[in-house]
Each structure stands twice: as C-alpha cells, then as structure tokens.
Ligand binder design. Structure first.
Ligand SMILES: [Zn+2]
Length: 145
C-alpha cells in the first residue's frame, strides 16, 4: 500500500482530478497497544485548482482495533470523515502537494478519546439483567389489538 499521497499540480487539468485509494497504516506511526489501525486509510477525494489555491475535498475512512475503555474487550470500529476539506496555496513553482499528513491528522482528530465497544457498554462490572416488566405486556397487546 502507498505511504504517501501526492497530487501533481503541474499536470492538473481545469476539471481537476478524482483520487481514490488507500494509504498504508504505517503513516500513523502509533505505538499504542490498545489502538491499532488496520486495512489502510481509504480516501475518495476531488481535487481542483482555483487560481493559486488547490482545493481538496472528499471522504476518509479508517478501521481501528481498540480495547474498549469501559470493559477492556477488543473491538473494531471505523472512523469516518465524511466532509474532509482543505486547501493549499500553490504557485507556478509548485509541482506537488503532499496530502498524507493532513489526511492522517483528520482521522486522528475524529478518533474518540475513549472508544467504547458499544454505546451502552456496561463496563467490567457484571450488571444484573432485569426481568422484563410484564405489566407492559398487557399494554402492548392492547396496542396490537
Ligand atoms: Zn465495552
């Protein structure tokens, strides 16, 4: 997998360019045993040159394996950036614009500080499972009637 995403400015046409692909997980350089990216940073971007500005927008996705901050179980989740947008100042001397760092930062900023395996994860303590309150059944049956 690629480890960098460079946009060639010199060869950019008026219509711009569509870029899609994936960047290798090594771009994160994370050494966290409780948080591991996998499968690559997927990107779908539209790139366009407007005068002296290169506009980049699109969406990003990255899968992570993490330990739940409540129960400690490993689980997978996907960080999505649906509205990634950035711009770079360019001039006639600019040959390439390097997007890798910006994509990586965007994913990292979107990462939850305390990832949980599910919204209602009860944590390590075993919670008593309550028997469903049967009084409501009568009501439900009424409604269905
Ligand atoms: Zn959990």
């Amino acid at each position: 997998m690629e480890t960098e995403l460079k946009v060639s400015v010199v060869r950019m046409t008026r219509d711009g360019e569509e870029l899609s692909g994936a960047l290798d997980d090594s771009i994160y350089d994370l050494h966290d045993e409780f948080l591991k990216p996998f499968g690559g940073l997927r990107y779908e971007l539209g790139v366009q040159l407007f005068g002296s500005e290169l506009l980049v927008r699109g969406k990003l996705e990255q899968d992570f394996e993490a330990a739940c901050s409540r129960c400690g179980q490993d689980f997978d989740f996907t960080v999505k950036v649906p509205d990634f947008a950035t711009s770079y100042a360019v001039d006639e001397k600019t040959e390439f614009v390097e997007l890798t760092a910006e994509l990586r930062e965007s994913i990292l900023l979107t990462l939850p500080t305390y990832p949980v395996c599910r919204e209602d994860c009860p944590g390590i303590e075993k919670t008593e499972t309550e028997a469903p309150d049967s009084r409501w059944d009568a009501l439900d049956n009424l409604k269905k009637g």
